[in-house]
Design a binder for this molecule. Structure first.
Ligand code: SAM
Length: 245
């Protein structure tokens, strides 16, 4: 069964309440009733098991039975930076990378990215992306929400990436394979995926000057969204928890 998101601050004397669409889902779709158990998370790494005390379409009252640290989060701190693509592609990336255990997602502008101008538009997009991340978390039973950051420009992304032990720029002209990569001193990896038109050579040179290494994803040219998802899966396999370690 899926995990429900609750606000840690709203837990009072061992009691929690779930409202809105989630309450409706619990009653109408899952048909849970008083005395049934339910899984919850605060979205920041703590999971809860609860018992339903009262359930209606408007709100579900729960007694917390136990609290434990998540078992579904990777020890790899993985940040994916994707150049701005068309909206539906960005939505799909968020759904997929939530399942792949990505920690943070940074959309960015570069020479060939799709523009998204205007602060109002940006705020609306950000809200939409964060809602998608919440829905995806519930489905895949993660315990940490993907930290979705506001769009940055390319230079800001490079500056932000300085603290990562692995700085990985995927570039179709690179012939360096990913295989052989081992966890670094802080096991933090940041990944750059370019726009549909690809990175300009100058952008890759700037990334390399900032400590990135350019890597290949094989001989075929992948769509940006395919490249983003494949890259996260491969890196989670090599450095994180998808290799069964
Ligand atoms: N400019 C390229 C072209 O039209 O030939 C395509 C760019 S590709 C659609 C979008 C992004 O996906 C690239 O900037 C890169 O980050 C990543 N990518 C796609 N295929 C790749 C590959 N074989 N190796 C490394 N990166 C790849």
């Amino acid at each position: 069964m899926q995990k429900f998101l609750i606000n840690k601050e709203a837990i009072d004397a061992g009691k929690a309440v779930i409202h809105g669409q989630d309450a409706k889902h619990i009653c109408k779709v899952l048909r849970l009733k008083p005395q049934d158990t339910i899984s919850m998370t605060d979205g920041h790494g703590t999971d809860y098991t609860g018992r339903i005390d009262k359930a209606s379409f408007e709100c579900v009252d729960i007694s917390i039975l136990s609290e434990n640290k998540s078992l579904t989060e990777s020890n790899l701190d993985l940040t994916l930076c994707t150049a701005m693509l068309k909206h539906n592609k960005m939505d799909e990336i968020i759904k997929q990378i939530t399942q792949l255990g990505v920690t943070r997602w940074i959309p960015f502008y570069c020479k060939r990215s799709i523009p998204l101008s205007g602060q109002k538009k940006e705020k609306k997009q950000l809200d939409r992306w964060r809602t998608i991340a919440k829905e995806s978390l519930k489905q895949c039973r993660r315990s940490c929400l993907v930290d979705i950051m506001p769009p940055m420009d390319f230079q800001q992304v490079l500056a932000f990436s300085k603290v990562y032990s692995h700085r990985i720029a995927f570039w179709e002209s690179s012939d360096r394979p990913l295989a052989g990569m081992v966890p670094g001193e802080n096991n933090k990896a940041v990944v750059l995926i370019g726009p549909e038109g690809g990175f300009e050579k100058k952008e890759i040179e700037l990334a390399v000057e900032s400590g990135f290494i350019s890597y290949s994803l094989g001989p075929r040219i992948l769509r940006a969204e395919t490249a983003a998802v494949s890259a996260c899966g491969l890196i989670q396999y090599l450095l994180g928890d998808m290799g069964g370690r």
